[in-house]
Design a protein around this ligand. Sequence first.
Ligand SMILES: [Fe+2]
Ligand SMILES: [Fe+2]
Length: 472
Amino acid sequence: MAGIDYSERIPNNVSLHENRRLQRALEDWQPKFLEWWRDMGPDGFQAKDVYLRTAVSVDAQGWAKFGYLKMPDYRWGIFLAEPEPGRLVNFGDHKGHPAWQEVPGEYRGTLRRLIVTQGDTEPASVEQQRHLGRTCPSLYDLRNLFQVNVEEGRHLWAMVYLLDAHFGRDGREESEALLQRRSGDADKPRILGAFNEKTPDWLSFFMFCFFTDRDGKYQLASLAESGFDPLSQTCRFMLTEEAHHMFVGEAGIMRIVQRACELMREHKTDDLRKHGGIDLRTMQRYLNFHCSVSLDLFGSEISTNAANFYTAGLKGRFEETKKQDDHLLKEATYGVAELDGDRIVMREEPALVSLNERLRDDYVADCARGVARWNEVIKKHGIDFELKLPHRAFHRAIGSFAEARVAPDGRVISQAEWDAKHHEWLPTEEDKAYIQSLMVPVTEHGKFANWIAPPARGINGQPVEFEYVRLA
Ligand SMILES: [Fe+2]
Ligand SMILES: [Fe+2]
């Protein structure tokens, strides 16, 4: 099972050749996917050789092979994690029953919606990032961008496989629609807000990988707990790829912080704009923006949908199976931050309807660990500054805080104070123009743009100055 069959037109480890109907459906979708990739994938680099990793097995050890590849030749396919024999539904009303290998009829619509919503984010991020290659800070970073892009393409394949394999005609229609929506398009936008935002520069890209791909990690992790076994197996393998996307984000921001600190010490100023760096205050504003739009992706604090997904056994909590409780949550409560006049208070709410907020809490804790690692770099340089996560109620468009004006420190403020101060908290037009002015491509081997430090090491044991993308 672990090995992937690359002799087939669609590489897979699901014995696709044994299911002719499904094989035909996917082979029919494949050229449409490639057309989408050529139209909406990385602009200007489709014919270049890129040093990419491709999955060759789904084992934890040694699943990837590295080599030069033109992106349209990437072997997108269907890779599921190893099945767990005897796996059960581990939570909700069906707890203790054997995990479903087929979609339970009563949950067909709900499950389809969950899969489509996840699937829609995958091509969306490729669309958002499609122009970034032209302004890469180095060949190393260019390669990482493309690795993320081809893997998001594969994640789309993963969701399309589930739709085509388990949802018949409806599933095939959804598969088509996933290629037709476009990020930021007024008429046919992507489903979720953060995936219609622009990713116009590399600072935004790294922030996106850190914050928004991490939302992906938490969504996938809770879908990996699903009682619908094919979804669980699919998401478990996607998580191994997602880890790299978050690494790209965290390490990218860390290198920008590192460079900022070097420039601050060299020039004895924290105004780095005349020295071509990105100052920490600007980074804080970008952080505030990307964190807040990513927090929205978890949905409303109180959600009967979330409760229903859980009770049905479709979407669990983060690390559901490791938790020591009844996995039913009918009696349990959970502390939720809520708006009470001009204050934010904690209230105990029924645990089932609070599952979005609980997942958001797991996410925030994970983000905080990354921010702490950035702050260590600042501290090591003897600089008195700390990057901070904004309060969860800051700049929200979804949930109970959407109506309120809240400062990054969690104070509920007036519209007047918001109007006066928001330019200190969110990227301004001036910030955006400055960051854009830094977006000049650097493509010499081993060279890096002035605003970002080189990485500590290269990819797959290769040196930092390795030719990660052959542009000649
Ligand atoms: Fe993804
Ligand atoms: Fe990702």
